[in-house]
Design a binder for this molecule. Structure first.
Ligand code: PLP
Length: 444
């Protein structure tokens, strides 16, 4: 059932105005969508759908880069935020709600004994590194090729390692932005993901300098690439033995397939973890969790400073409490995961039916699509071997049929997409129906 964008008159007008007052006409670089040659201008979202300023309707498979996992305009989140507003839109104050929120987080996250709140995933990973450095008295950080941990200078390296620099062992540091001091790269040790040999060699070489190892235990920034369980168990043992803090960045994997995140799903507990996105159901809130021993380096007990005006802003804290309530309801994850699985099976069937080579890898409500790839994707090198031309045709076909799959246009890394609690089986079936024509066009 084809469906085309009926008009883009208002969007074209907004684009002209935006170009005059914003660099590149966007408030955030990632919002420029190369597939349509401009950002989308949405008017509102409801449930699994978005409407743009010209009245075009889209089924949303980007869900605010994973933040809107409950869907847009969830009534329980809206009610909680209204309660926060009525209580005075406070920030910089502790309330009963903050104590309750941190208690709830400690109940559901396997490795969480203590919590510090923050506003974004970027701030949370920045704080986690500071905590690890203070706890160990060391400075260097081991990270994995292609893993993304936010926009700060300590970690914005090697998300898009150039092909010529990929290696089987340690990889040189490549900043992902201009303006980052080159010397920051000296504080990093980069290794390929899921490669125990490269990991242990790097740990042996740098053990005395390493404060921490940080990773996405399920790297949705590579589409959807989980750590092999053996690799993760080995990483846990090796870091513990050497007194290196192990940090799971669960900003994207958190609450995605179950309340306890990837650490519960994979059965390995880190020393520190970072959370955001689904935690606030679209409201800006993040958390750093960890063992009491490591977290107690934070002030006012210890001497590590992590604080901020908007930390734990009341409406966001109320939204997170409500989100945890919704996600804790019996059957919530069974339904979420079943809907996602229906889509993954449908995509597999479409590939087979239309003779399109590719892989769908999904865990819980988020997935990656790797056109042109047949083997299971386990690392950055494999994840970036997808066919950008077919990928682009897929994304174009989706736009024309009212399916929103956002693309940052980096060309180097695949995007991650997701379903939400608002997607119904009927939405998935409608999507698969619309995708028939898209996949038919990919065969060529
Ligand atoms: N860590 C991971 C794994 C992420 O996926 C992201 C964002 O996509 C971040 C950190 C940064 O989070 P934020 O965009 O809230 O700063």
């Amino acid at each position: 059932m084809a469906r085309t964008m009926t008009s883009d008159r208002q969007a074209a007008d907004l684009r002209q105005r935006a170009l005059r007052v914003m660099p590149g006409g966007v408030t955030a670089g990632g919002r420029f969508n190369p597939v349509i040659g401009r950002p989308y201008y949405f008017d509102h979202g409801d449930g699994a759908r978005l409407w743009d300023v010209d009245g075009n309707e889209y089924l949303d498979y980007s869900s605010s880069n994973g933040a809107s996992m409950l869907g847009h305009n969830h009534p329980r989140i809206a009610e909680a935020v209204r309660e926060g507003l009525a209580r005075g839109t406070m920030c910089t104050q502790e309330t009963r709600s903050h104590v309750e929120l941190c208690e709830r987080i400690c109940e559901v996250i396997p490795s969480a004994e203590k919590v510090r709140l923050s506003n974004t995933g970027t701030e949370a990973t920045m704080a986690a590194l500071r905590i690890a450095r203070a706890a160990t008295g060391r400075e260097r950080v081991l990270k994995f090729d292609g893993h993304f941990h936010g926009m700060h200078d300590y970690v914005l390296f090697n998300c898009h390692t150039p092909e010529t620099a990929m290696a089987d062992q340690e990889i040189a540091s490549y900043p992902d932005s201009a303006g980052i001091p080159e010397r920051q790269g000296d504080l990093l040790v980069n290794v390929p993901f899921n490669d125990p040999g490269a990991l242990v060699a790097a740990l042996d070489r740098h053990a005395d300098e390493l404060a921490c190892v940080i990773l996405e235990p399920i790297s949705y920034n590579l589409g959807c690439v989980p750590a092999d369980r053996d690799f993760l168990v080995r990483l846990r043992e090796e870091t513990r033995r050497r007194g290196i803090v192990l940090i799971f960045d669960e900003v994207l994997s958190g609450f995605r397939m179950g309340l306890g995140g990837a650490q519960e799903h994979l059965g390995v507990e880190p020393d520190l973890s970072t959370w955001a996105k689904a935690l606030g159901a679209g409201w800006p809130i993040a958390a750093i969790t960890g063992t009491a021993e490591v977290m107690d380096v934070l002030g006012p007990v210890g001497s590590v400073v992590v604080s901020g005006t908007y930390t734990g802003q009341l409406c966001s804290a109320m939204a997170a409490l409500a989100a945890l309530d919704v996600m804790s309801e019996p059957g919530f994850y069974e339904r979420l995961n079943a809907t996602a699985q229906r889509l993954y099976s449908g995509l597999d069937a479409l590939m087979a039916q239309h003779g399109v080579v590719g892989r769908v890898q999904g865990i819980g409500a988020r997935f990656g699509l790797y056109f042109g790839v047949t083997e299971p994707v386990r690392d950055y090198r494999q994840a970036t071997a997808f066919d950008p031309e077919v990928n682009n045709r897929f994304l174009k076909g989706c736009v024309e049929r009212g399916l929103h799959f956002h693309d940052f246009g980096t060309k180097m890394a695949p995007m991650h997409y997701g379903t939400t609690a608002a997607h119904t089986d009927e939405d998935v079936d409608l999507t698969l129906d619309r995708l028939q024509a898209v996949f038919a066009g990919l065969r060529a």
